[in-house]
Design a protein around this ligand. Structure first.
Ligand code: HEM
Ligand SMILES: *[C@@H]1O[C@H](CO)[C@@H](O)[C@H](O)[C@H]1NC(C)=O
Ligand SMILES: *[C@@H]1O[C@H](CO)[C@@H](O)[C@H](O)[C@H]1NC(C)=O
Length: 332
């Protein structure tokens, strides 16, 4: 009897524990944090040290790396499709509207990859490097930490159209943005928490100009933007020209991962329309913005959870995909 019970216990643990602990996408084998413990024990340390060096050199790099994981995961899943350059059959996602003149940090990923190839050749995927670099960037700027489930493999293709279609634009409506998140099985809580990434990093004038001059086609600015803040922004973001001029997404603490992003939104000083609509277009998301503005611990806890959830979007596992030798090209 006791034997039967312990047998059933072991069976149930073996059968169900990976599911419970790591979450499983569409019956594929699940990701788990210890994936490289034997095959490349120093992998996590190496990623962290290269990211730390890059962020010490330029604080913004933390933001740029965090964003790359998002822009990877929303197109065909977290498979490093974003990192492929154009060549042969591949049209790079780097050319898409959300990425062109904007996505950056690719040289840092090259440096991480080459350090890892020296330590343990052909072992650590570029997709996992993106997930780890996003976590390390968050921690380095003062944000929460979390264990990163690992074991993603790299795609053998890219999708320019998917990048244009799936990644939300800063002038999308609240509903459109939420729909794009739901397509990835992310909900309104994930949307509001992950948007908190805009507590670090920069945006170009072209990403929010419409709000300053002609928000809804009637020649009027966006009145959900504080008008003296808008006037200040207009000085370096003119009606025409200056497209690439850079502005802090969180003007209060631009390189610190904290909850000032939400406080700014409460003060009508969210930089992007997509930031401010979280407060003005949905009761449910407004409540979440207030909650995270009032309590950074709640924000940090939810951010970590939502990052793991985002990192689980359709990974390639088992024998799918490959481990690229160079993140910019598929193996030959
Ligand atoms: C909710 C929908 C979102 C929209 C519409 C959006 C849009 C944007 C835009 C327009 C920029 C500025 C790009 C530029 O002007 O060059 C930006 C920057 C950034 N985004 Fe988002 N984003 C969203 C969600 C996210 C999520 C989920 C993350 C991460 C999990 C993220 C992380 C970042 C970071 C860190 C930056 C600064 C990058 C840098 O300084 O290099 N964003 N985003
Ligand atoms: C959003 O911005 C894009 C690019 O600037 C523009 O083509 C489009 O018309 C804008 N959409 C709306 C609804 O304002
Ligand atoms: C505002 O945009 C609309 C259409 O998007 C355009 O017809 C109108 O001329 C613009 N007004 C100004 C003042 O730029």
């Amino acid at each position: 009897m006791a034997q039967t019970i312990s047998f059933l216990l072991v069976l149930s643990l073996v059968t169900f524990s990976p599911l419970c602990f790591f979450g499983m996408a569409n019956g594929a084998s699940p990701l788990y944090p210890q994936f490289y413990d034997h095959s490349c024990p120093k992998a996590l340390e190496i990623v962290k040290s290269v990211v730390a060096k890059a962020v010490a050199k330029e604080a913004r790099m933390a933001a740029s790396l965090l964003r790359l994981h998002f822009h990877d995961c929303f197109v065909k899943g977290c498979d490093a499709s974003l990192l492929l350059d154009s060549s042969g059959t591949i049209t790079s996602e780097k050319r898409s509207n959300p990425n062109r003149n904007s996505a950056r940090g690719f040289e840092v990923l090259d440096a991480i990859k080459s350090a890892l190839e020296k330590e343990c050749p052909h072992t650590v995927s570029c997709a996992d490097i993106l997930a780890l670099a996003a976590r390390d960037s968050t921690v380095l700027t003062g944000g929460p930490s979390w264990e990163v489930p690992l074991g993603r493999r790299d795609s053998k293709g890219a999708s320019l159209s998917g990048s244009n279609r799936n990644i939300p634009a800063p002038n999308n409506t609240f509903q459109t943005i939420l729909t794009k998140f739901k397509l990835q099985k992310l909900d309104i809580v994930d949307l509001v928490a992950l948007s908190g990434s805009h507590t670090i990093g920069n945006a170009r004038c072209t990403s929010f100009r419409q709000r300053l001059y002609n928000q809804s086609g009637n020649g009027q600015p966006d009145f959900s933007l504080d008008q003296s803040y808008a006037a200040q922004l207009r000085t370096r973001c003119p009606r025409s020209g200056g497209d690439q001029n850079l502005f802090f997404l969180d003007f209060v603490s631009p390189t610190k991962f904290d909850n000032n992003y939400y406080k700014n939104i409460l003060a009508s000083k969210g930089l992007l329309s997509s930031d401010q609509v979280l407060f003005t277009k949905s009761e449910a998301s407004m409540e979440l913005v207030k909650k995270y503005a009032a309590n950074s611990k709640l924000f940090f806890e939810q951010f970590a959870k939502s990052m793991v959830k985002m990192g689980n979007i359709s990974p390639l596992t088992g024998s799918k995909g490959e481990i690229r030798k160079n993140c910019r090209k598929i193996n030959t």
